[in-house]
Structure formats: structure tokens, C-alpha cells
Design a protein around this ligand. Structure first.
Ligand code: KIV
Ligand code: NA
Length: 265
């Protein structure tokens, strides 16, 4: 199997093939999504919500991200694996950022890191890239800054914030980022960013005018049911499928239908 690389992702943008990306946090799910042919697996800090039940992405630690990432790395044969550097492990200064990126690369075996922000984290991005670690940017709604925004509503609807976002995208490209995620911004602005920068722009709630799409796996599978933003397309109702399976199992145990003769030694 030919591995996806940053070079291949760039070629996809150049010839207009859309890039597919989903999150994964564990071995079993990562194995399935990789075998299905996903281009990028993101070990997102959304693990903080989805895996650990926190309200925000802020509490997850670098050690916990490395734990999730190493499980994903053991499963994936083809996809390009990107890992979020969690809140508090890169904003301080560029050497802290580099140290965090190196720990992720060495201890998990992933292929790249993702960080939230533009101009504010420029030095950190440059420092990580100078060590040979590919960096994916993330602009628009950046969940690590949720307490600054106050809400998870659409970002960059106003002119000033839109202009800063375009500037930040240009900065990230100039620094050498291989791709940028745009989260929850107007489709017209996202399209403009994708046309402005040469590197792949991957959207979530950013419309169809970008170079690829990303969703949180558990949301698109319908495992998480509370979270139903407009941008989310639900591809399965795993909550129902799982509940039915669990209910049937419980019934069979209670009724002594399970295990039967052929299921016993
Ligand atoms: O952590 C995450 O899942 C993400 C995606 C939503 C882009 O950052
Ligand atoms: Na994230």
C-alpha cells in the first residue's frame, strides 16, 4: 500500500481531488477508517470531549494525546496521521512547542502535528517546521480559545475578523505549513482562503469551496447524539445499532438464551 504523504496531499489540491479526513482516537476505529481509504486521520484533541467526556478540549494532556496517537499509529497502514498538540503545550514559547511536537513524533510515530492560531503562534510553527515536523494550521473556530470567544457560533462573519483570518492563512503558508483546517466560517470566506493559498485547505463547517473536508468520527457515525450542528452530516445511526445490540444481549443473558450449546465448551 502506498502511504499518503504531504506531497500527495498537495498533488490532490493541484489536480482538484478533494481530500477526505476524519478523526480517530483508538486502534480499532483507526483500523476501519484507514482500510476504508481515508486520506488523513486526525488524532484530534476532540478526544477530550469524545473519549473522556470533558466539556471542552482544554483539559486533555500531552501524555493522553500521545496515548491515543500511538494506538492509531499501530492501526494505520495508508493514511497520513496528524496529531493535535493540546492546549498549553505550545502557546508558551517556541521551544516548548518544539519539545511537544518532538514528543508526539517520537513517542507515537505520527506523521505531523496540528496547532490552532495564526500570527500569535508563528514562532512556534517555524521552530517545529525547522525540526522537520510537518505542521497543519487551524483557523476560524479554534476550540482551545473557546473561553475567549464565549460561544461555538460561526466565526469571521465581520470584515475585520475575516481579513485577519486571510492574513493568518497567508502567514501559515509562508511559514511552511502543509495544510490548514478552517472551522465554522462562512463558505464564501473559506473559498477565498482556499483560492488565496496554494496549500490544501480542509474545512469543517466551511462549505464546499475548500480542498477537503473533516468531521469528528463519532459525530458522523451518530454515536454522539447531543451534538447536531448544521454542518454535520450523519452517515450512520450507530447509537441505535449499538443500543439494539446491547438490549438484545441483555435480554439473551437474562432469558438464558445466551450462551447456547454450540457456544459452550
Ligand atoms: O480535534 C478535532 O477533532 C479537530 C477537528 C474538528 C478539525 O480539530
Ligand atoms: Na482539535
Amino acid at each position: 500500500i502506498k502511504r499518503i504523504t504531504t506531497h500527495i496531499l498537495q498533488e490532490m489540491k493541484d489536480r482538484g481531488e478533494k481530500i477526505s479526513m476524519l478523526t480517530a482516537y483508538d486502534y480499532s476505529m483507526a483500523k476501519i477508517v484507514d482500510a476504508a481509504g481515508i486520506d488523513i486521520v486526525l488524532v484530534g484533541d476532540s478526544a477530550s470531549n469524545v473519549m473522556a467526556g470533558h466539556e471542552t478540549t482544554l483539559p486533555i494532556t500531552l501524555d493522553q494525546m500521545i496515548y491515543h496517537a500511538s494506538a492509531v499509529v499501530r492501526a494505520v497502514k495508508r493514511s497520513f496521521i496528524v496529531v493535535d498538540i493540546p492546549f498549553g503545550n505550545y502557546q508558551g514559547n517556541s521551544s516548548e512547542a518544539l519539545r511537544s511536537a518532538i514528543r508526539i513524533m517520537k513517542e507515537s510515530g505520527a506523521h505531523a502535528v496540528k496547532v490552532e492560531g495564526g500570527a500569535e503562534i508563528k514562532e512556534s510553527v517555524i521552530r517545529i517546521l525547522s525540526a522537520g515536523v510537518p505542521v497543519m494550521g487551524h483557523l476560524g473556530l479554534t476550540p482551545q480559545s473557546i473561553y475567549k470567544f464565549g460561544t461555538y457560533t460561526v466565526r469571521a462573519k465581520e470584515e475585520a475578523e475575516a481579513a485577519k483570518l486571510i492574513e493568518d492563512a497567508k502567514i501559515l503558508e509562508q511559514c511552511g505549513c502543509f495544510a490548514i483546517v478552517l472551522e465554522k466560517i462562512p463558505a464564501s470566506l473559506a473559498k477565498k482562503v482556499a483560492e488565496t493559498v496554494n496549500i490544501p485547505v480542509i474545512g469543517i463547517g466551511a462549505g464546499g469551496g475548500v480542498d477537503g473536508q473533516v468531521l469528528v468520527m463519532h459525530d458522523m457515525l451518530g454515536i454522539t447524539q447531543e451534538f447536531k450542528p448544521r454542518f454535520l452530516r450523519q452517515y450512520a445511526d450507530l447509537q441505535k445499532i449499538m443500543t439494539d445490540a446491547f438490549t438484545e444481549y441483555i435480554r439473551d443473558v437474562k432469558s438464558q438464551d445466551f450462551p447456547n450449546e454450540s457456544e459452550s465448551y
